[in-house]
Design a binder for this molecule. Structure first.
Ligand code: NDP
Length: 249
């Protein structure tokens, strides 16, 4: 029997597509009020209409979360709007894959700033309120790339190994404050993520590999996140590694 999320307030980053969009909708279906953040305003506005229909009292926050100040601001704006924040889903991310020897370090810097530093900044901003109320749940989206390092994914893996390590260290800092931390590590999910790979050969190879399997859908990950955050407060699901059945590594 699933516990519903009635009365809970969530902020989902990277909610304009893929896993974040599905997660915002799933949390709303289960009763939460939901704030959504990303850069593409029109996508967020369309999502907000759906969230509104679910009674989720959506708040749309347009922000570039590679900017540390913006990553902190969205948390403060959600807290100001709803009065508090119970659940932070740090999902926004990019995946720039290319061989180290040819890598565009500017793009890699941006990926590190978004996937790692933005996530850390939003988390830091949420901690004060969660600590004061002795209640909160931080969900960080890593990847199987945070458990297995592959060629052409060196920097992406560095960000996701970083998210896994950060999440475990954070858990040990805040568990005594009754704050829960979950890291979700999906394998291949059918989303827009791969569209932004600049290195053509790597993109083609990854798309062919993904097409060879029955990929996870965003909804599969969304339901997993909803499961984690709807457990009773004494249950802390720290880590979920989930692959398509057809995915080996
Ligand atoms: P999408 O590309 O569909 O979603 C990425 C989201 O991040 C979008 O909402 C995008 O919104 C947002 N985003 C990107 N850059 C920024 C930015 N600078 N500031 C704010 N928001 C930003 O991909 P997924 O749903 O697949 O990705 C979500 C997360 O899941 C990522 O962290 C990814 O690494 C992880 N993941 C994905 C897997 C997959 O196979 N798809 C597997 C494992 C993990 P916008 O462009 O509007 O800003």
């Amino acid at each position: 029997m699933t516990n519903r999320l009635d009365g809970r307030i969530a902020l989902v980053t990277g909610a304009s597509s893929g896993i974040g969009e599905a997660t915002a909708l799933e949390l709303a279906r289960q009763g939460a009020r939901v704030a959504v953040a990303a850069r593409r305003r029109e996508r967020l506005d369309a999502l907000a209409k759906q969230l509104d229909g679910l009674g989720a009292e959506p708040l749309v926050l347009t922000a570039d979360l590679a900017d540390e100040a913006a990553a902190q601001r969205i948390v403060k704006e959600a807290e100001a709007y709803y009065g508090r924040l119970d659940i932070l889903v740090n999902n926004a991310g990019v995946m720039y894959l290319e061989p180290v020897a040819e890598a565009d370090l500017g793009r890699w810097r941006h990926m590190l700033e978004l996937n790692v530093l933005g996530l850390i900044a939003s988390t830091q901003a949420a901690l004060a309120g969660m600590r004061a109320r002795r209640d909160g749940h931080i969900v960080n989206i890593a990847s199987t790339a945070g458990r297995v390092a592959n060629p052409n994914a060196a920097a992406y893996s560095a960000t996701k190994f970083g998210v896994v390590a950060f999440s475990e260290a954070l858990r040990r800092e805040v568990y005594k404050d009754n704050i829960r931390v979950s890291v979700i590590e999906p394998g291949v999910v059918e989303t827009e993520l791969r569209e932004h790979i600049g290195h053509a050969a790597t993109k083609d190879a990854l798309n062919a590999w993904a097409d060879s399997m029955r990929q996870l859908q965003s909804q599969d990950v969304a339901e997993t996140i909803a499961f984690c955050v709807s457990r009773p407060s004494h249950v802390n699901i720290n880590e979920v590694l989930m692959r398509p059945t057809d995915q080996e590594r």
